[in-house]
Design a protein around this ligand. Structure first.
Ligand code: NDP
Ligand code: X2W
Length: 342
């Protein structure tokens, strides 16, 4: 059994990790932390887990974390970077759901995240946890930087086009919509029902911190820097990301065949039949990215539609997928959920 610790288990990605790991045949959660709710039973806070998780939250200083095989950080940015080195030294593998190890360039990270990096010496070792790109490296990783939610949906949508060299990489556009759970469980006015319900708005147009992360991944695939306009929006739904991606074709190609062949062996990426319009509800609760590719009126603009559940393929599910790779488990272990609809 893989012994698992979760730091920050009272948040949305933390409780999602608990939900997914509750049915994992080879993993057992042994420590779950919270600063504010140490001592509270998990099932008292999350009734959905009653009968599935028999644990109480402990403080983040819990010594049992160092006895785990893997610790997930489901914490805000800037926490894992100060804790990872000690756990790694104790032989514990670390998966950070936050952004501390996602950007290779320290100065770039510090610019976007507005703080000094606490563990720059670990940036080199950290593996970016997008299995559809880095599967073999993730298998041997000690420290995994789990991708952000928007970056997962956007990269999976653009990668086939960029890898095949069939689009102009200087003029990419990602128009994205997220559900409110993307902002986490902390109390914030903009996420209140009366603020976010029955409303729709863009944010971060001048520059969102996922921009450098997406650019880094796409540039790696292109072998050259890319030009990307990324505009996130907040929609009045709880879960889900819908990314509408635009690129200019530079050569004629069978787009449907390109996408089908790129993801033919990927269990968590579903390329829909030509002409489809994927819905966020078709992936709710599941570790699936559904993609459709369009070429409106046969013109030179390609439109890719990519949907994920931000808490699953966009966070906790992808983190479990990475854990499965790191520990030699079936990649689908704990991740066989059928999406919840309606
Ligand atoms: N929500 C989403 O869709 C996605 C989130 N992410 C990233 O995953 C991480 C977690 O997100 P999410 O679950 O939404 O966040 P939440 O705000 O819902 O939860 C954060 C958790 O971290 C704990 N925490 C806060 N500060 C500290 C601290 N200083 N030390 C230890 N624990 C702390 C909180 O509990 P307590 O205060 O009691 O300690 C809580 O359990 C974030 O970095 C987020 O950006 C990534 C992809 C998608
Ligand atoms: C709707 C909403 O607010 N979403 C969050 C993205 C959450 C996330 O994945 O952010 P990290 O990179 O910090 O992990 C945002 O735009 O800040």
């Amino acid at each position: 059994m893989i012994k698992v610790g979760i730091v920050g288990a009272t948040g949305y990605t933390g409780v999602e990790l608990l939900r997914l790991l509750a049915t994992h045949p080879q993993a057992r959660v042994t420590a779950v932390t919270s600063r504010k709710d140490a001592g509270t039973q998990v099932s008292a806070m999350f009734p959905s887990l009653r009968g599935h998780v028999d644990l109480a939250f402990s403080t983040p200083e819990d010594a049992r974390l160092a006895e785990c095989d893997v610790v997930f950080f489901a914490t805000p940015n800037g926490i894992a970077m100060n804790e990872a080195a000690q756990l790694l030294a104790a032989g514990v593998r670390v998966i950070d759901l936050a952004a501390d190890f996602r950007i290779r360039d320290q100065a770039e990270w510090e610019k976007w995240y507005g703080m000094a990096h606490g563990a720059p010496q670990l940036l080199e070792d950290a593996v970016y946890g997008l299995p559809e790109v880095n599967r073999e490296t993730i298998r041997g990783a000690r420290l995994v930087a789990n991708p952000g939610c928007y970056p997962t949906a956007v990269q999976l949508g653009f990668l086939p086009l960029i890898e095949a060299g069939v689009v102009d990489t200087a003029s990419l556009i990602a128009d994205c919509k997220s559900g409110v759970s993307g902002a986490g469980r902390k109390a914030e006015v903009h996420a209140l029902l009366a603020e976010a319900g029955d409303n729709f708005k863009a944010y971060g147009v001048a520059g969102h911190r996922h921009l450098p992360e997406i650019r880094q991944g796409l540039a790696r695939a292109a072998g050259t820097p890319v030009g990307l306009t990324f505009v996130p929006h907040l929609t009045p739904m709880i879960r889900g990301i819908h990314a509408t991606l635009y690129a200019r074709l530079t050569q004629d190609t069978d787009l449907q065949a390109l996408f089908e062949s790129r993801y033919a062996n990927e269990r968590f990426v579903d390329v829909l039949p030509a002409g489809s319009h994927p819905e966020t509800r078709s992936v709710r609760g599941a570790n699936t990215c559904r993609i459709a590719v369009h070429r409106p009126q046969g013109g030179d603009t390609v439109v890719v539609l990519s949907v994920i559940d931000n808490l699953v393929k966009g966070a906790a599910g992808q983190a479990v997928q990475n854990m499965n790779l790191m520990f030699g488990c079936d990649e689908q272990a704990g991740l066989a959920q059928v999406p919840l609809l309606p």
